[in-house]
Design a protein around this ligand. Structure first.
Ligand code: BES
Ligand code: ZN
Length: 619
């Protein structure tokens, strides 16, 4: 009896101490250490936000968003919490429901101002009442005239890289993840959607509630408001667009469910429940933006033949590389984009085969060569790991992260074999899910889980820390592109083109053809090509963009191409397209013409595009 009692006591003691150990362990797991970072004023090791409850009113007449951002916070014994804020008017701040002191610090051109808020040891919640101003950089307010249907205004946000702070006061660092809820009041004829659980119909009163239950960094908070409708593709995929575009968009993206399945087969479950795409008005500054659950996309990819849908594969791929496993700082941006291009091309290969995948890879290879040439005076910017301290992160967002990042992973794949590569990537996504990683941690993980394990040596450090492209870069080939090159050569020699050879060309082949005109191509040759293939009037935005570029560079003026170029630049705000064309004007020493176009076009651009072009044209 005595013994039994003693045994019970001992067991109880062991059980409670185990319990205690477990608790200590999980506390340690939770208290994450954040790295130093130069693009946010936040000090998350002192006090960090964990959840946002946003309550805002969107006023299209005054073009102001105003309301209250309430945060749950974790305080590590600090007397203050610092948020990022840029061009915001801060009205009042509370902690645990009581008014508290706050201060807006010195203004920095790219970072904005630190918003320092006094808190107490036991502060669990803070709330900031604020409004946006005319200077906000994330928001683009569009008139009805700037939309497809031309009857209602439109608004969208662009958060990446550090613009969310211009519409919400927030800790705007990719290392800090939060869940969010939002209540958004909009004019009743419009619908609001966010990077969250979304409505599928207008509700008539203009008050929309949102929930984002997976933790995301601030740059992925997004909002779009317009006269839009939803059309499902599958149970978990679908499209939003203005009425006049909805059918076309639905057709164009009808392979979306297949893409999600292919992606899941490669690197594991899609963790965000829903995958929708909203097609925005043409001023959207990017091809696409991977806002979780709701990718934002440019209408320039609606070509009518699904030829530009690799963009959807790209943004979908970010659901793993970027949104699930996020670059810790903007110096590690290649971890987001390089992995995503690799994944995008793998999805495209799974759906449409190796030929299409290799054409995409080769287009990227040429982009990379062009970028290396453009950056030859600043070799440090051709490294994968960047040092953007004191610079705007936008400076690092060029083709290096994308195409050198891709080439690194493709070269690695060829070295280790596809099966090893895929098993490694799958485990990498799983291990870092809903977390961040930096270049150094990636290298350690790569060595431990792929290279050392298989006794493989690889020049990872050279790829990542040295400029330009290492000698061992994978050689990518495409028979289709070789034929295109032959056809071009023949034409240049004979001034005649055999149309039976070009009959079945895909838009990628046309792009490759046009991009590779030699510098001394003549106006007569351009004329022959235009008269034979109607390039000036192509309905594919990628083909027209590269054709316009050549027209500008080579002083080609027929078939009304100058008017077409001006029209294009006055409606399309996609930064890559716009800067390519303005760059061509500069190269051709036709800067006055460019400035003339820009006078009217600038007003149609989002700040992201306008700021870049301002710099290019030194306005
Ligand atoms: N995340 C990027 C867009 C971005 C990058 C916004 C940096 C702000 C700062 C997006 O996924 C992207 O890469 N878009 C490309 C599409 C593409 C490579 C298919 C674009 O916009 O052209
Ligand atoms: Zn991307």
């Amino acid at each position: 009896m005595k013994n039994t009692f003693f045994l019970i006591l001992v067991t109880l003691f062991i059980l409670t101490s185990c319990q205690e150990n477990k608790r200590i362990q999980s506390a340690n797991e939770n208290s994450k250490t954040y790295l130093e970072e130069s693009h946010s004023y936040a000090q998350p090791n002192d006090a960090v936000i964990t959840h946002l409850d946003l309550d805002i009113n969107v006023d299209f007449d005054t073009q102001v968003i105003s309301g209250t951002a309430t945060y749950d916070i974790e305080n590590n014994g600090s007397e203050q919490i610092i948020l990022d804020s840029k061009f915001l008017e801060i009205e009042s701040v509370t902690q645990n429901g009581e008014q508290t002191e706050f201060e807006l610090g010195e203004f920095d051109e790219s970072l904005g101002q630190p918003l320092t808020i006094a808190i107490k040891e036991d502060t669990k919640q803070i709330a900031v009442t604020y409004s946006t101003t005319a200077k906000t950089e994330a928001l683009q307010w569009l008139t009805a005239q700037q939309t497809a249907d031309k009857t209602n205004p439109f608004l969208f946000t662009q958060g990446q890289a550090i613009l969310t702070r211009t519409w919400i006061p927030i800790q705007d660092s990719p290392q800090i993840r939060i869940t969010y809820d939002a209540t958004v009041k909009v004019p009743s004829q419009l619908m609001a959607v966010m990077s969250a659980e979304n409505p599928k119909e207008k509700n008539g009163n203009g008050v929309y509630h949102f929930k984002m239950k997976q933790p995301i960094p601030a740059y992925l908070i997004a909002l779009a408001i317009g006269d839009i409708e939803y059309k499902a593709i599958s149970e978990r995929t679908g499209v939003y667009a203005e009425k006049s575009m909805l059918h076309k968009v639905h057709e164009e993206f009808s392979d979306m469910e297949k893409m999600v399945v292919a992606a899941e087969n490669l690197y594991g479950d899609y963790d965000w429940d829903q995958f929708d795409v909203i097609v925005l008005p043409p001023s959207f500054p990017f091809g696409g933006m991977e806002n979780p659950r709701l990718t934002f996309a440019t209408p320039t990819v609606i070509a009518g033949d699904k030829s530009l849908t690799s963009l959807v594969a790209h943004e979908l791929a970010h659901s793993w590389s970027g949104n699930l496993v996020t670059n810790a700082t903007w110096n590690d941006f290649w971890l987001n984009e390089g992995f995503t291009v690799y994944f995008e091309i793998r999805i495209m290969e799974a759906l449409y085969g190796k030929d299409r995948a290799n054409m995409l890879a080769l287009i990227g290879r040429q982009d990379l060569e062009d970028e290396l040439e453009a950056l030859k005076e600043s070799p440090n910017d051709t490294k994968l790991k960047l040092d953007l301290k004191g610079r705007n992160p936008d400076d690092g967002m060029n083709s290096i992260a994308y195409d050198k990042g891709y080439l690194f992973l493709r070269t690695l794949e060829e070295k280790v074999g596809r099966d090893n590569m895929d098993a490694f990537l799958k485990s990498y996504f799983k291990k870092n899910a809903f977390s961040t990683t930096n270049t150094e941690d990636f290298i350690t993980y790569l060595n431990e889980n792929l290279l050392d394990k298989n006794n493989i040596t690889f020049n990872t450090e050279e790829w990542i820390y040295q400029p330009s492209v290492p000698e061992n870069a994978a050689v990518i080939t495409s028979d289709a592109f070789s034929n295109v090159e032959k056809t071009l050569e023949e034409f240049l020699k004979t001034n005649k083109i055999d149309v039976t050879k070009t009959e079945n060309w895909t838009p990628q082949e046309w792009v490759h053809f046009v991009r590779n005109f030699p510098e001394d191509i003549t106006v007569t040759q351009m004329q022959t090509l235009d008269d034979t293939f109607n390039l000036t009037d192509s309905t594919n935005s990628y083909i027209t963009m590269v054709w316009y570029e050549q027209s500008i560079l080579n002083n080609y003026h027929d078939n009304n191409v100058d008017t077409k170029i001006a029209e294009f630049l006055n409606t399309v705000g996609r930064r890559w397209y716009v800067t390519t064309l303005f760059n061509a004007f500069a190269k051709a020493e036709r800067i006055e013409e460019a400035k003339e176009i820009y006078k009217t076009a600038r007003g149609n651009y989002h700040s992201v595009t306008a700021n870049t072009v301002d710099e290019m044209l030194r306005i």
